[in-house]
Design a protein around this ligand. Structure first.
Ligand code: G3P
Ligand code: MG
Length: 284
């Protein structure tokens, strides 16, 4: 009988990724690998709901995740921050004013204040009464909805290590079977380094704007499994550079069908989008 684990281990990361993305093309192998895989690598989907699905519902909210799942989205990206008192809200900005009826910075706010804020009305009155999620609630929700998760560590001050450590501690309690389909990413090298040291079994995604010349040594120094880059700054040559080295590549934030087709054809593995409904069904 074929030794599937050995065979799989001989493949380049992009080849392993291809098998995961094409389960119908390699069904027997895929089924076996689903149980055997221990490396928690690169299993985001082609279409990743950005901040849930930020074009269709309030970003980073429960409503956005539920809507994404109901549309058939399999993977979502959300942002997690650290408050001064050690809470982990799912929130993008440092300032509360754009996406809530509050004022000031999320970092300085206490949880009683944050918990009472409305993070839905600014988007649409239909979402009035929506509340900021904490990491624990988010994890319960993604488990309930069966969503793969890209958790982005948002460092708003100098506390990269503290954020990474608080998230890693919480993730330690998470059921290990959920590690597949989990990528922890950041623009902060310090946050990624700390997270990888504390929680090496989780896949790390290195977030770049443009892809710098030393991208690979940066990625290797934090054990990154995936590369994430700004769709408005990427070139075909960048895609080739990253893919040649065997890394899965994901682009943010991409909302036009023509761009989606262009980059998927160029070899990009998936995109973060505010409007996943535009791309579902165009993945292959
Ligand atoms: O993780 C991809 C993307 O979310 C990074 O940028 O500012 O939308 O968090 P931002
Ligand atoms: Mg983000």
């Amino acid at each position: 009988m074929i030794n599937v684990a050995f065979f799989y281990g001989q493949l380049l990361p992009w080849q392993q990724s291809w098998i995961e993305y094409h389960p119908m093309d390699a069904s027997g192998l895929h089924c076996s690998l689903g149980r055997l895989r221990k490396d928690n690598s690169m299993y985001l989907d082609r279409v990743i709901g950005h901040r849930g699905c930020a074009g269709l519902a309030p970003e980073n909210s429960e409503a956005a995740l539920r809507l994404a799942a109901s549309l058939g989205v399999k993977a979502v990206e959300v942002d997690v921050a650290l408050t001064r008192e050690g809470m982990l809200p799912i929130f993008h900005d440092n300032s509360l004013s754009r996406c809530t009826n509050g004022r000031g910075s999320i970092r300085d706010a206490d949880w009683n204040y944050l918990a009472a804020l409305d993070n839905g009305s600014w988007f649409d009155r239909r979402f009035a009464g929506s509340r900021i999620l904490q990491l624990d609630q988010l994890l319960a929700l993604t488990t309930e909805l069966g969503l793969m998760l890209n958790l982005e560590l948002k460092v708003h001050d100098t506390e990269a290590e503290a954020l990474a450590s608080a998230v890693a501690e919480r993730m330690e309690k998470r059921d290990e079977k959920n590690d597949n389909g989990l990528v922890v990413s950041s623009f902060s090298h310090a946050a990624l380094e700390a997270y990888h040291r504390l929680q090496p079994r989780h896949a790390i995604g290195y977030l770049f704007e443009g892809i710098p010349s030393d991208w690979q040594s940066l990625a290797e120094s934090v054990g990154a499994a995936t590369i994430h880059a700004d769709a408005s700054r990427i070139t075909e040559a960048d895609v080739a550079r990253v893919k040649t080295q065997g890394y899965p590549l994901f682009l943010y934030t991409l909302n036009q069908r023509r761009q989606f087709d262009r980059w998927i054809t160029a070899g990009v593995d998936g995109v973060f989008t505010d409007y996943p409904d535009r791309f579902l069904g165009r993945e292959h």
